[in-house]
Ligand binder design. Structure first.
Ligand code: ADP
Ligand code: ASP
Ligand code: MG
Length: 412
């Protein structure tokens, strides 16, 4: 029988009632003749609560135990979803990551999926089971420890299952009815897109649009998974939501198709670093070894052999970054006067594949922000995106004014 993957995010399984609603939707697909793999997230708020417990218990925690704790939210929903389906007379059972087994690397809290053997679940399908409910976000390392795939990782579990089982489609049910030109929660004028290209979705996701985890888009692109984002709250037709697809399948497109933001950015400045060959390696080597994800970097011009070096990283990695740099200083590998962390910044980005062939986007972006009196602290560009770091208090204003300036409320 054809296989369908259906993923339900945290808000879609937040209560027993919502789990029932999701299960009914699964029942509809089963009735159409699909064998269904349901990927569930933890009930909304659960993972945050667990992350909080870990941080409170141990600020520089052992990542293996972080994963042991934080993965548990999904186990609860997987069991409850299987029970709910059974109550509806749909043959179903739950699977935790290790039972599949969903094999990952050992990079705890940011593990990558290596392999999903299909035989266990397929044997059950052959036996009459119609729904395999799989706990999203989790797997097992070569050492036999529980791993997690990074926040939002259930999306990636879903796409990886769709690829492994050659599913007809991977439907991501969430609390919005598709992918919008920007987060509809902060811009009223955000417009739902019927289709979005993999490349654009990839950029938007990596720049903070959390509607899909970045890695899930990467996998969908690589394995050509038919990926759809839709609402679990509304009745759905077959073409509801947003289809994430190849660029060639999109007829009309604006130059800029989306504005993304990320609140969780910190700007760190090393003041007065000795400017000599190898200094960048001496700074960013230890940061990388400490697992700090450095994003933007600027090095100022130097005066009398000393310079300031600024970089950005996620706010929750500031403590790690400070520790790694202090240790490098102690070892005599680097020398700086001060390290200043500014955690009141946000990153706002404009994304569009049309930027490859059209100039002037950066100028328009900077002019728009300047007209609003928003000061730009750091700039980064790539072929299809421009990002700026600004004071967090201006973030929503920046998103809304850029959305207006690029006329994203209108179709091309
Ligand atoms: P789930 O719990 O279902 O995985 P998430 O909270 O991870 O849901 O992702 C859905 C949220 O993503 C939406 O509620 C919305 O606020 C946010 N979001 C950010 N950018 C976008 C965008 N461009 N389009 C749609 N939603 C977006
Ligand atoms: N529950 C996990 C999180 O909140 C994974 C997910 O929902 O995708 O990050
Ligand atoms: Mg999510």
């Amino acid at each position: 029988m054809p296989v369908l993957v259906m993923k339900f995010g945290g808000t879609s399984v937040a209560t027993l009632d919502r789990i029932r609603r999701a299960a009914k939707r699964v029942g509809v697909e089963v009735a159409k003749g699909y064998d269904v793999i349901v990927i569930v997230s933890a009930m909304s708020g659960e993972t945050n609560k667990l992350v909080g417990f870990v941080g409170e218990t141990s600020p520089l925690y052992d990542a293996r135990e972080y994963d042991a704790v934080v993965s548990s939210g999904e186990n609860v929903t997987a069991g409850l979803m299987a029970l709910t389906l059974q109550e509806m007379d749909v043959p179903a059972r739950s699977w935790q990551g290790w039972q599949v087994p969903l094999k990952t690397t050992s990079a705890h809290s940011a593990a990558r999926i290596e392999e999903i053997p299909t035989d266990n679940i397929n044997a059950k399908f052959a036996d009459g089971m119609r729904v395999a409910v799989v706990a999203g976000f989790q797997g097992i390392s070569p050492e036999g420890r529980i791993t997690t795939l990074g926040r939002g990782g259930s999306d990636t579990t879903a796409v990886a299952f769709a690829a492994a089982f050659d599913a007809e489609r991977c439907d991501i049910y969430t609390d919005v009815d598709g992918v919008y030109t920007t987060d509809p929660r902060i811009a009223d004028k955000a417009r739902k897109l019927d289709r979005i290209a993999f490349e654009e979705m990839l950029e938007l996701a990596s720049l903070g649009a959390k509607v899909l985890q970045t890695r899930s888009v990467e996998l969908a692109m690589r394995y050509n998974v038919k990926l759809r984002v839709l609402s679990s709250f509304e009745e759905q037709s077959d073409d509801a939501g947003t289809l994430v697809c190849a660029e060639e399948e999109i007829v009309e497109s604006n130059v800029v198709n989306g504005i993304a933001y990320s609140r969780d950015e910190a700007k760190m400045t090393l003041i007065s670093v000795a400017d000599r060959p190898g200094i960048a390696a001496a700074i960013f080597g230890p940061l990388s070894d400490a697992g700090v994800n450095v994003d933007m970097i600027i090095q100022n011009i130097s005066e009398e052999g000393r310079t300031d070096m600024t970089f950005s990283c996620p706010t929750d990695q500031v403590a790690r970054a400070e520790k790694a740099l202090a240790e490098a200083k102690e070892r005599g590998e680097i020398n700086y006067h001060d390290l200043v962390a500014d955690t009141n910044v946000a990153k706002v980005s404009a994304v569009g594949i049309g930027m490859r062939s059209q100039s002037g986007v950066a100028a328009k972006m900077f002019k728009t922000l300047s007209d609003e009196g928003v000061n730009i602290k750091v700039i980064a560009t790539s072929e299809i995106k421009i990002s700026v770091l600004i004071d967090r208090k201006y973030m929503e204003l920046a998103v809304q004014s850029l959305h207006d300036a690029f006329e994203l409320d209108k179709t091309a």
